[in-house]
Design a protein around this ligand. Structure first.
Ligand code: SIN
Length: 524
C-alpha cells in the first residue's frame, strides 16, 4: 500500500502504511530494508535520522572473521560475559549470522579499517581473539548507520519522518498493536499512524540516569510504550555502566572507548596509582562491571570526584591517528590525550533488558515487534560483551524485518465508547528523577536504596495535561523505565553481571533466570 495521509479532525491527521518502524538506528534501518520487499515502510525518528545511539558507537562490531578465530569462540566469550543468564539459542544465532551480516554491510558500502586490502581486527575487553572491526578508527556506528541509510534511501518503499516523537502505541480491543500516535514537534499536531505491524527500534534508556554516555534521545521510550500497551518486559535490572566517560565540567559525558585501554591506557587514582591490578587479574581490561565498581571504590577511598585515564605513553600522533574522533573531541575541551590524562567516571551505557522478544523480534503482543537495544532476546544475559550491540541491531533487525513481512493486519476495531486518552505528566523535575536513579539504582545497589527510589517514583503525582509535549513524553517514559529497573533490581536478590547488590553480593542459582514482567501482574 502506498503511504496514505488523510486529514480527519482539526489537528489529528491519520497516516496509513504497511509497516511502521519507530527509530532510525542500525536495527530500525536494517529491518526497513527487509520490510520494503513486502510493502510501504514508514521510519519515524524523534530527532534527526542521525541522532541515535548507533551513531555514537565507537567501539566496533564483533564477528569471527579473523584467520585464527572461530564462531564457537565468539559464542563462548558472549556466554561468559552474560554470567549464566544468556539465551543460548540467541547467542548462537548472533555469532552464527555475524560474518554474513558484515559481508552484507560491506556490499552496502560500509568501509571498515584495513591494512592494504585486509580487514583489521582489534581486541576488546573479555574477547579471547582479535575480532572487533572498526571504521575510521572510532566512528564505527556512524559508518554502519551511514551505509544502511544510503541503502535504505535508494528504496522507494521506505519513507522517513523526522522530529516526530511517538507518544503511545495504538491497540485494538483484542490487545493487538495496530499503529501508534505520534507528535509532530514543529506543529504540536498528533498523528494516528496505522500499520500492519509495528517495530520498536528506539534504542536504550541511559537518560534515566544522571551520568550516561547515551545521546539525549535515549529516554526508554520503547520499553515504556510497550509496557503501557501490555507487552512483557524482561531483565530491566541489567544496565551496563561503562567505566570511562569523560568527566569534565561543562562537557557531555563523552565515551572514552574501551579500545583506548586495549591500546594500553591505564586507570589511575588521585595519587597516580594504577589501581586495577588490585581488583582483577585482567587489570584495565577486566569486565566492565568490575572496572566500574573499582572506580567507584577508588573515588570513595581517595575522596575524588573521578579517576584518570592515562594513554600519554602512546603520544599525541598515535592517538590522533587511531582515535581521531576521541582525540579531537577531547582537544576541543582543552585536553591533549597524548600529553595529559583524562578525568573519567562511569556512566550508564547499555540496557541488556527490554521488551521481551523471540529470535524473530516477536513480542508478547500481536502486531508488535522489537529489535536492537530496546529488545530483550536474552542474547546479552546479565552483561553484554563489548562490540556485540551494533551486531545485535544488524542481525536481529534483519530477522524482525523478515518476520514482520508475514504479519497479517489485525482489525482496527476500537471501542467507540472508549474515552480519549488523558495525558498524565509526572510532577517531578527530570534532574531530580535522574539523580534518584543514579544514587539508588546505579552501579552499587541495596534493598533500602532501591525501595526508597521505587517509593518516591510511585508517589510522584501525575498531572493531567491538555496535549503532550516532547519534554513531557520523555519524562513520563523515564519515570516508567526507572520504575521497572528499580522493581526488577529489588526482586533480584543476588549479584550477577552488571547487577550488584551489597546486601546480596554473591550469585544465587535460584535467580538464574529472566525477570519477566507484564503490567497485568504488577502495579504501574
Ligand atoms: C567502547 O568502545 O568502549 C564501547 C563499545 C561497546 O559498548 O560495545
Amino acid at each position: 500500500m502506498p503511504i496514505h495521509r488523510d486529514s480527519l479532525l482539526k489537528s489529528i491527521l491519520a497516516i496509513d502504511c504497511d509497516f511502521l518502524v519507530i527509530g532510525a538506528g542500525v536495527a530500525g534501518m536494517r529491518a526497513a530494508i527487509e520490510l520494503a520487499q513486502a510493502g510501504s515502510v514508514l521510519v519515524i525518528a524523534k530527532d534527526s535520522l542521525r541522532e541515535s545511539s548507533s551513531e555514537y558507537a565507537q567501539g566496533g562490531i564483533a564477528a569471527a572473521l579473523n584467520d585464527d578465530d572461530r564462531i564457537e569462540l565468539h559464542e563462548q566469550d558472549t556466554l561468559y560475559a552474560g554470567d549464566g543468564l544468556c539465551n543460548v539459542a540467541a547467542v548462537h544465532t548472533l555469532v552464527q549470522e555475524a560474518p554474513a551480516a558484515i559481508h552484507e554491510l560491506i556490499e552496502y558500502g560500509a568501509e571498515f579499517d584495513r591494512i592494504g586490502s585486509k580487514l583489521v581486527f582489534a581486541r576488546e575487553g573479555a574477547h579471547s581473539r582479535n575480532r572487533v572491526l572498526h571504521a575510521h578508527g572510532d566512528s564505527t556506528g556512524q559508518e554502519i548507520a551511514r551505509a544502511l541509510y544510503h541503502k535504505a534511501s535508494t528504496i522507494p518503499a521506505i519513507h522517513f519522518e523526522t522530529y516526530s516523537a511517538v507518544v503511545d502505541l495504538l491497540t485494538n480491543d483484542a490487545g493487538a498493536v495496530i499503529g501508534a500516535v505520534a507528535l509532530e514537534e514543529s506543529t504540536g499536531e498528533l498523528h494516528d499512524i496505522h500499520a500492519r505491524a509495528v517495530l520498536l527500534a528506539t534504542g536504550g534508556l541511559g537518560c534515566v540516569y544522571t551520568e550516561t554516555t547515551n545521546p539525549a534521545v535515549a529516554t526508554g521510550d520503547g520499553v515504556a510504550m510497550a509496557w503501557r500497551a501490555g507487552a512483557q518486559v524482561a531483565d530491566m535490572e541489567f544496565v551496563q555502566f561503562h567505566p570511562t566517560a569523560l568527566h569534565l565540567e561543562g562537557a557531555p559525558r563523552f565515551l572514552l572507548s574501551e579500545a583506548l585501554r586495549g591500546e594500553g591506557a591505564v586507570l589511575r587514582n588521585r595519587i597516580g596509582e594504577a589501581f586495577m591490578e588490585r581488583y582483577h587479574e585482567m587489570r584495565d581490561l577486566a569486565p566492565r562491571d568490575v572496572v566500574s565498581r573499582a572506580i567507584v571504590a577508588e573515588m570513595a577511598r581517595t575522596d575524588s570526584p573521578h579517576v584518570w585515564l592515562d594513554l600519554t605513553a602512546r603520544g599525541s600522533a598515535f592517538i590522533h591517528e587511531r582515535f581521531p574522533r576521541i582525540f579531537e573531541t577531547c582537544l576541543a575541551y582543552g585536553l591533549d590525550l597524548g600529553k595529559e590524562s583524562a578525568p573519567v567516571h562511569p556512566a550508564a551505557h547499555y540496557a541488556m533488558g527490554g521488551v521481551h522478544t523471540d529470535l524473530n523480534g516477536r513480542t508478547s503482543l500481536p502486531g508488535l515487534y522489537a529489535a536492537g537495544e530496546v529488545a530483550c532476546t536474552g542474547v546479552h544475559g546479565a552483561n553484554r560483551l563489548a562490540s556485540n550491540s551494533l551486531l545485535e541491531g544488524l542481525v536481529f533487525g534483519a530477522r524482525a524485518g523478515r518476520e514482520m513481512r508475514n504479519c497479517v493486519a489485525a482489525t482496527a476495531s476500537r471501542n467507540p465508547d472508549k474515552p480519549e486518552p488523558t495525558w498524565l505528566v509526572p510532577d517531578m523535575p527530570i534532574a531530580q528523577l535522574r539523580e534518584l536513579m543514579w544514587k539508588n539504582c546505579g552501579i552499587v545497589r541495596n534493598r533500602e536504596g532501591l525501595q526508597a527510589a521505587l517509593d518516591a517514583m510511585d508517589r510522584t503525582p501525575m498531572l493531567p495535561a491538555e496535549r503532550p509535549t516532547l519534554a513531557a513524553i520523555e519524562l513520563r517514559n523515564i519515570l516508567q523505565a526507572g520504575k521497572l529497573i528499580a522493581a526488577c533490581a529489588l526482586w533480584r536478590e543476588e549479584s550477577r553481571g552488571a547487577h550488584y547488590r551489597t546486601d546480596f553480593p554473591e550469585k544465587n542459582e535460584a535467580f538464574a533466570h529472566d525477570s519477566l514482567r507484564t503490567k497485568s501482574l504488577t502495579a504501574g
